[in-house]
Design a protein around this ligand. Structure first.
Ligand SMILES: Cc1cc2nc3c(=O)[nH]c(=O)nc-3n(C[C@H](O)[C@H](O)[C@H](O)COP(=O)(O)OP(=O)(O)OC[C@H]3O[C@@H](n4cnc5c(N)ncnc54)[C@H](O)[C@@H]3O)c2cc1C
Length: 468
């Protein structure tokens, strides 16, 4: 890394006036971290450059939909990228699109789908931005096949106060590209990125729902589904079932419908045609916390019943499959302002049964309201602090309550014991101790970051907490 970085020239800071940040209160999407800080909202490249040149560290922010406080800190000025949301270039022949870092996935979807393409790796909400996807190296419902978001990045432009604008690709500064993809915004501001796009036969997905009797059958069920489908995930009941039925659930698989319309605007949903009230600041505002040990089990049973009524096999718009949350946003509001936890972890296949039997034991002895339990199949090699690897990616949601920290810490102990990796972007309370114990390249990431930026110009609550 250091040798490659010799080639990067420190640019001479221009004489600029840096605007002071405007006071703002930010909260992580899970409600766990609230911080009063300052922000800048540049809308020109010149202003973006000057906003990095103040006396304090900075951090970029996309839609602010991270569960962890990754885009703000009391010790940094937040630079909002929402005004850098333009589509810059599209080339159907090379199957690439170039966009600014603040572009929401829903806007990309709206442009690409009528042209017969899509971005093959998409997290579950259309407001999430390309910059946020690169910085957290996010995954979709097909990680086992298409990898994480970094696999789509052909090149990107990174702005850093010491180096100016750097163009990163596999041929130019590949190590810095690798550090930036899954670098949590700590290497600089992603101004724009060129991404690979994938042709699709239609903008509709045929889905098939298959019941599974217990959580212990999940790895085989996911593998079977993955061998024949384009997109796969599962959900489970962790509240009302005991013994061998524990974690009974449904595997949902989706394949692009062979016919159907990739062009008809009538059949398409889009970010602009669907209303979204989801953001970190207003999530749960004015709502009493609904989920508790009394309400969660009936809620889960009701949801399972409604899903069954919807039928086992049907064809739905791709938009609904990619962003299933878009018409279920109430779920997040039902946690109230106090919020919730998401614990997402990649469990190696060889330790999966052990992990789940310890979860089952704990929940049977000390019932706890798990509002959502969901699995995905993962394949790949874990590098730096990226959330990827071989195993079952499993998520637990539960309300923030007096016992919730203890339950999250219990999951931490299982994660360390079973050689699993927790997702940094999904958990606002993970400690440096747990992350260094579970990510073998934790120290390597810190060293590379310091070699590139000894001043540590980019900081967030996440980077301070994890001592990055
Ligand atoms: C409903 C919902 C569903 C989700 N589903 C999934 C899922 O299926 N898979 C998954 O992996 N994740 C999922 N997530 C998490 C989400 O994808 C990530 O947290 C993502 O990083 C959020 O992007 P954002 O635009 O909100 O970025 P922010 O939350 O604003 O920032 C996230 C990180 O990216 C950095 N960043 C943002 N923009 C830039 C930029 N232009 N330049 C440099 N750094 C930047 C920030 O500094 C920060 O470190 C989900 C989140 C929600 C709320």
């Amino acid at each position: 890394m250091a040798s490659t970085l010799h080639t990067l020239k420190e640019s001479v800071p221009a004489a600029v006036t840096v605007k002071p940040g405007v006071p703002v209160d930010y909260v992580s999407f899970d409600g766990g971290v609230r911080i009063g800080t300052t922000r800048l909202q540049p809308d020109r490249y010149r202003m973006l450059e000057s906003s990095q040149r103040g006396p304090t560290p900075v951090i970029s922010r996309g839609a602010g939909l991270s569960y962890a406080a990754a885009s703000f800190s009391s010790s940094a000025v937040t630079i909002e990228h929402n005004r850098f949301n333009r589509l810059l270039d599209f080339d159907a022949d090379t199957r690439t699109i170039e966009v600014e870092g603040g572009t929401p996935l829903g806007k990309l979807y709206e442009f690409l789908t009528p042209r017969g393409f899509f971005v093959s790796v998409q997290p579950g909400h259309p407001k999430i931005t390309v910059g946020g996807c690169i910085a957290a190296d996010v995954h979709g419902k097909n990680q086992y096949r298409d990898g994480t978001f970094s696999s789509l990045v052909v090149s990107l432009k990174l702005l850093h106060p010491s180096y100016g604008t750097l163009e990163l690709s596999q041929n130019n500064e590949p190590e810095l590209l690798a550090l930036t993809c899954g670098g949590y915004g700590l290497t600089g501001s992603i101004v724009s990125a060129k991404l690979k796009v994938t042709p699709i036969q239609s903008a509709e997905v045929r889905i098939r729902a298959t019941s599974i009797d217990s959580i212990y059958h999940l790895p085989d069920a996911l593998r079977r589904a993955a061998s024949r489908s384009d997109l796969v995930y599962s959900w489970h009941q962790f509240t009302s079932l005991r013994g061998k039925d524990f974690g009974r659930g449904t595997v949902i698989e989706g394949s692009f419908a062979p016919t159907g319309s990739s062009a008809s605007p009538q059949q398409q949903r889009s970010l602009s045609s669907t209303k979204s009230s989801l953001d970190a600041a207003t999530r749960g505002r004015g709502m009493p916390a609904f989920f508790s040990s009394l309400t969660t089990a009936p809620f889960n049973r009701l949801y399972a019943g409604i899903s069954r009524l919807g039928g086992k096999d049907k064809t739905i718009p791709l938009y609904d499959f990619l962003f299933p949350v878009h018409d279920k946003e109430l779920y997040f509001h039902l946690f109230g302002k106090g919020g919730f936890h998401e614990y997402q972890v990649i469990i190696p296949f060889s330790r999966y049964q052990e992990f789940m039997s310890l979860v089952q034991q704990r929940l049977e002895n000390q019932p706890f309201p798990i509002t959502l339990a969901s699995g995905k199949l993962f394949q790949g090699t874990q590098k730096l602090l990226r959330f990827t690897g071989d195993g079952i990616c499993f998520s637990f949601n539960f309300p923030r309550s007096s016992g919730s920290l203890r339950f999250a810490e219990f999951l931490d102990t299982l994660t360390v014991r079973c050689g699993a990796q927790p997702n940094l972007i999904k958990d606002s309370r993970l400690s440096a101790e747990i992350v260094s114990a579970t990510y073998t390249e934790y120290e390597g990431f810190r060293k590379m970051l310091r070699a590139f930026d000894p001043k540590r110009s980019f900081r967030s609550e996440l980077s301070d907490r994890l001592q990055l």
